[in-house]
Ligand binder design. Structure first.
Ligand code: IMP
Ligand code: MG
Length: 187
């Protein structure tokens, strides 16, 4: 197979890479560590539910669960907040709910990136109300923009404030499939 460079892949969608922020190798090494930490934290638990927040978490979650070495179930939620813009609308709605019950279970909500924190702030009370035994957030990236009233228990990387794409993260639905994370050059 012909290997396509990151630049030409992004150029075909009409954008330019500013810089590669995390390579596939860096991401893999960190996700492996996170899987090991979660395995250790929940060792002996038989009620772990890994709840992915779609769409952004789909690649991260797929890699993460393969590095978690204890029994678990997977389910998904879809929340929408961004639309097609680069700036958070502040409005978050649950457009698809998980079918799994959270009651009495150890729940880990997996999120691609914490930006304003609105998405999680909106979702956590709703999930908490379902009576999980515990509820923690695992985010691959965290922009650390403000002090949040809650913090994810697991964070892959404290990332730059730039708009990032790849490894699940999109800009107008593009670039989710890139195996690395890049910041896009301003138009
Ligand atoms: P928050 O509600 O502002 O924390 O944003 C959460 C959601 O916005 C994330 O799950 C992403 O889907 C999206 N988002 C925030 N920052 C970025 C970014 O830099 N690139 C792509 N998507 C982002
Ligand atoms: Mg998005």
């Amino acid at each position: 197979m012909k290997v396509t460079s990151p630049d030409s892949l992004v150029a075909r969608a009409g954008h330019r890479i500013d810089r590669v922020v995390y390579t596939a190798e860096q991401i893999d090494a960190r996700v492996r560590e996170m899987g090991a930490e979660i395995s250790e934290a929940y060792e002996g638990t038989d009620d772990l539910l890994v709840l992915g927040l779609l769409k952004g978490s789909f690649i991260f979650l797929a890699d993460l669960v393969r590095y978690i070495q204890i029994p678990l179930h997977v389910d998904f939620l879809v929340a929408s907040s961004y639309g097609n813009a680069k700036v958070s609308s502040g409005k978050v709605s649950l457009v698809y709910d998980a079918s799994a019950s959270l009651k009495g279970r150890s729940v880990v909500l997996v999120e691609d990136i914490v930006d304003s924190g609105n998405t999680i702030a909106r979702l956590l009370p709703e999930l908490e109300a379902r009576g999980p035994k515990s509820l923690e957030v695992c985010a691959l990236l965290h922009k650390r923009l403000t002090k949040l009233p809650w913090e994810p228990r697991w964070v892959g990387f404290d990332c730059p404030e730039d708009f990032l794409v790849g490894y699940g993260l999109d800009y107008s639905e593009n670039f989710r499939h890139l195996p690395f994370i890049v910041s896009l050059a301003e138009d």
